[in-house]
Design a protein around this ligand. Structure first.
Ligand code: PLP
Length: 376
């Protein structure tokens, strides 16, 4: 634990329980960023390898977190970009439904409204009752009319867990497709996409994957790797390593999902900053990361309950993520009060979102509980 904390530049007097908002990069990312900036001042040092090798390393590191192979990964700038790529490559017929969850993250809502409009389809927003899990609510909504279910593995507001294997099996009966936003779980919650079989799945790199902003990773199922990318770039085409022959404008793409890579995917400033965090998480693996983090979330659930702050449905919550219900008496400025004591959490909807990570320590949890007790 102490070793993991020392890899991050988080002072002992800062209690940062807000990975779901923005993950801190490890210290080693700073030196990588400095070297990258230095290299840009000396462009004569930028070689062909810099255009191709780091992106391949990124794919290799990210793929096992999804439970797939590197060929299935595209490098994109954001969840919204990945989801727009997905939507562009889905087929729907008039009257079919796109199922999304209530209070889902907007990047995974707008795109489906637009697609539904285009195909005269409908967006169906699933809500859950207090005693229902998200999985149960989704399963109840799936039927012959379901074209797509677009959801997450962890609901970003309440931390609710979605059993994606069950959803996938139910969809398969009716020929529906699954599209996933794993931004709030990839790297710290195990997933086996080979088993879940979504058409596409995306995750941003700047939260749980402790990388820089504006890098995200898109999985495309092998049978979806012949679709239409959002951009018509050059580097993801076959033969692009031969800069002299780029004038030939070859139509064919390189292997796998890379046809969906964003333009300038080799971003020589951002990619080096993403690598240290991804290597760390790849070494730990999602199962061990979840074990480390859940000791803190479990402890918070127990201790916060004594203050009237409750995890309403702990049996279906994701292990790394808390969306707690506050007592009616909670002050409106609770977040500011906590922040004044260097305790950082967030509020989404009506819930207090508390998201520790692998750098969290016992002292952080004690500080959070003490600050919460004083501020309520
Ligand atoms: C569930 C989820 N998806 C996606 C994002 C970010 O989306 P985008 O990359 O489109 O900005 C967030 C940010 O909070 C999120 O919570």
């Amino acid at each position: 634990m102490t070793r993991l904390r020392s890899l991050f530049d988080i002072p002992d007097n800062v209690c940062y329980l807000n990975a779901a908002y923005m993950g801190p990069m490890p210290r080693s990312a700073v030196s990588a960023a400095q070297e990258a900036a230095q290299q840009k001042c000396h462009p004569w040092d930028i070689t062909l390898i810099d255009f191709f090798q780091p992106t391949e390393t990124i794919r290799q590191l990210v793929a096992p977190l999804f439970g797939v192979t590197y060929k299935d990964i595209a490098i994109v700038p954001s969840a919204s970009y990945g989801l727009a790529t997905a939507a562009q490559n889905m087929t729907l017929t008039a009257g079919q439904e796109i199922v999304i969850l209530a209070e889902q993250f907007p990047s995974n809502v707008y795109v489906w409204r637009r697609l539904a409009e285009r195909h005269k389809a409908k967006v169906r927003v699933v809500t859950r009752t207090a005693d229902q899990s998200w999985t149960q609510a989704i399963l109840a909504a799936i039927g012959p009319q379901t074209g797509i279910v677009a959801c997450a593995q962890t609901h970003w507001v309440d931390g609710g867990y979605v059993d994606l294997e069950a959803v996938s099996d139910a969809l398969a009966i009716h020929g529906g497709e699954l599209v996933l936003d794993l931004s709030q779980s990839l790297g710290v919650q195990a997933i086996d996409l080979a088993r879940v079989r979504p058409a596409f799945a995306v995750a941003v790199g700047y939260k749980w994957l402790i990388g820089p902003y504006t890098l995200a990773y898109l999985y495309a199922r092998p049978d979806k790797q012949s679709g239409v990318p959002l951009e018509e770039g050059w580097i993801n085409r076959e033969g692009s390593r031969n800069f002299a022959r780029l004038v030939d404008c070859r139509e064919t793409f390189g292997e796998g999902a890379q046809r969906y890579d964003m333009g300038e995917r080799s971003n020589m400033q951002l990619i080096p900053q993403a690598l240290p965090g991804l290597s760390l998480l790849a070494d730990l693996g999602p199962k061990q990361a979840a074990d480390l983090i859940s000791q803190w979330t479990d402890q918070i659930v127990d201790r916060a309950a004594g203050l009237g702050v409750i995890a309403d449905a702990p049996h279906i919550r994701s292990r790394h993520y808390l969306g707690l219900t506050l007592p009616p008496s909670a002050p409106d400025d609770l977040l500011e009060k906590l922040k004044a004591r260097q305790v950082h959490v967030s509020q989404r909807g009506t819930r207090l979102r508390v998201t520790p990570h692998i750098y969290t320590t016992q002292a952080d949890i004690d500080r959070f509980i003490a600050a919460l007790a004083d501020s309520l």
